[in-house]
Write a new protein. Structure first.
Lengths: 117, 115
């Protein structure tokens, strides 16, 4: 597609349930990022995938959070046993590989707003 | 670790005026990239402008320009002839060239353009 797409746009779930958020990057982009945007914490990095390299998981806040990227394209962020503090907007971004600011510029999807009741 | 600070939580100007948003950052690296992103109420993050630290010339994109002061670690955004559509949250972001590939964001500035 022309841009990064994310689904669902909005998700309401009950505390303790698992949720899956999906990201479809720009075609040809090898790098994919997940960020979380919340009122109290601003924009936080969660995880980064680049090609076949091991992902950078340094931003995941707990072991309830995991992500995978299948076939170097679509990515799924999974939150297990959701808590109310997980309520936030989850943003996905993609970029080309390294090689200058233009290639490394991250383009964002519209985000998934998650509300945990 | 790198940090990015935006000291103006909110700003408001009249349409057609010029406005400058401030951003400072802290890093020990010599080569890096800086970005300004805009987030309107639709919540889509949109790239406004980018700057490579090794370039002394300030980046410009139509009505948007930056004042990049590397020694002072300052990266301000100037919006000329502001328009109603410029109303949004503006985020300054830092990206390392050699280190971690993530963007480090400031807290944002909420800009309102009044008619």
């Amino acid at each position: 597609g022309a841009g990064v797409s994310q689904s669902p746009s909005n998700k309401v779930t009950e505390k303790g349930k698992d949720v899956e958020l999906r990201c479809d990057p720009i075609s040809g982009h090898t790098a994919l990022y997940w960020y979380r945007q919340s009122l109290g914490q601003g924009l936080e990095f969660l995880i980064y995938f680049q090609g076949n390299s091991a992902p950078d998981k340094s931003g995941l806040p707990s072991d309830r959070f995991s992500a995978e990227r299948t076939g170097g394209s679509v990515s799924t962020l999974t939150i297990q046993r959701t808590q109310q503090e997980d309520s936030a907007v989850y943003l996905c971004a993609s970029s080309l590989a390294s090689g200058g600011a233009s290639r490394e510029t991250q383009y964002f999807g519209p985000g998934t707003r998650l509300l945990v009741l | 670790a790198q940090t990015v600070t935006q000291s103006q939580p909110e700003m408001s100007v009249q349409e057609a005026e010029t406005v400058t948003l401030s951003c400072t950052y802290d890093t020990s690296e010599s080569n890096y990239y800086l970005f300004w992103y805009k987030q309107p109420p639709s919540r889509q993050m949109i790239l406004v402008i980018r700057q490579e630290a090794y370039k002394q010339q300030n980046a410009t994109e139509n009505r948007f320009s930056v004042n990049f002061q590397k020694a002072a670690k300052s990266f301000s955004l100037k919006i000329s002839d502001s328009q109603l559509g410029d109303t949004a949250m503006y985020f300054c972001a830092f990206k390392s060239v050699q280190g971690a590939q993530k963007l480090v964001f400031g807290q944002g500035t909420r800009l309102t353009i009044n008619p």
